[in-house]
Write a protein that binds this ligand. Structure first.
Ligand code: SF4
Ligand code: SF4
Length: 68
């Protein structure tokens, strides 16, 4: 499991669902019209949601460095 999760800006999110449609693991879903990480254990921090979001409302600001 990745210990960090995408950061969501609820003010910017318009609930378009692009991140939900593009998330390869189903970790993000719309809750009351806003994106939310509903399955944090499934998030692999791929940053696809960050790339897809037209509002810069979801971001993966940390670099994942894999150890040996
Ligand atoms: S970082 Fe990847 S796995 Fe995690 S919520 Fe975003 S698209 Fe889904
Ligand atoms: S893609 Fe961005 S604006 Fe659309 S639901 Fe996801 S976080 Fe919200």
């Amino acid at each position: 499991m990745i210990a960090v999760l995408p950061i969501l800006d609820g003010e910017r999110c318009q609930g378009c669902g692009d991140c939900v449609a593009g998330c390869p693991t189903g970790a993000v879903a719309l809750v009351e019209g806003r994106a939310a990480i509903v399955h944090p254990d499934d998030c692999n921090y791929c940053a696809d949601c960050e790339t897809l979001c037209p509002r810069q409302a979801i971001s993966c600001p940390f670099e994942i460095v894999l150890g040996d």
